[in-house]
Design a protein around this ligand. Structure first.
Ligand SMILES: [Zn+2]
Length: 198
């Protein structure tokens, strides 16, 4: 029986790398996969890139209006697995559609993404929230904070200072000389940064 999987982890934990490894394993055994990601993540165009090196073209990128059940049942009915990168950017409806892929088409869906946004609030990513509610299996991909503890949060830094509030999407603004960075850190370091101790 196919299942819906959510594999979450902080930034830089190697989610995309794991996705590529799973795709490779299927293909090595002669099975087809469908690799997709939301168009929200446009940093790398339509490709999946990893920090270590391996990369791969997606089968398709989708915007928030695409019905994933409809598209996959029409165009990718013959695949053995659907792999979703940056799954936090799915809409709630699209997660429900992926569940239909699992239940009606009997195709496993493995979604990789962030669990929390930089505000550490539930619902920061509607896709992640819905995956946590629906997935048959939820796994954490672990990574390490700069202090050596397990990193659990994705913190936003503006000009090297932790900022716990603000707009959902924020990137560098060369005109205003703001440098925006995201770092995966542990709860202790988060608090230390917040209190200005780091
Ligand atoms: Zn730490």
């Amino acid at each position: 029986m196919a299942k819906l999987y959510f594999r979450h982890g902080a930034m830089g934990c190697g989610k995309t790398m794991q996705l590529l490894q799973v795709a490779f394993n299927y293909e090595e055994r002669g099975h087809k996969v469908c690799v997709i990601k939301p168009a929200t993540d446009t940093r790398n165009g339509t490709k999946l890139l990893t920090r270590i090196g391996p990369e791969r073209e997606t089968d398709f990128c989708f915007d928030r209006k695409v019905d994933l059940f409809e598209k996959i049942s029409k165009e990718y009915r013959d695949v053995h697995c659907v792999l979703v990168d940056e799954a936090q950017f799915l809409t709630k409806k699209q997660v429900d559609e992926l569940m239909l892929v699992v239940v009606k088409l009997d195709i496993p869906v493995i979604a990789y993404g962030l669990r929390l946004n930089f505000k550490r609030e539930d619902g920061g990513f509607e896709g992640a929230t819905r995956l946590l509610q629906l997935a048959h299996e939820i796994d954490e991909i672990k990574t390490i904070c700069e202090c050596g503890r397990k990193a659990v949060y994705n913190a936003r830094f503006i000009n090297d200072k932790l900022v716990a509030d603000g707009p959902d999407i924020l990137i560098d603004d060369p005109k205003r000389k703001t440098k925006v960075e995201y770092k995966a850190i542990c709860a202790h370091c988060y608090q230390d940064y917040l209190e200005g101790k780091k």
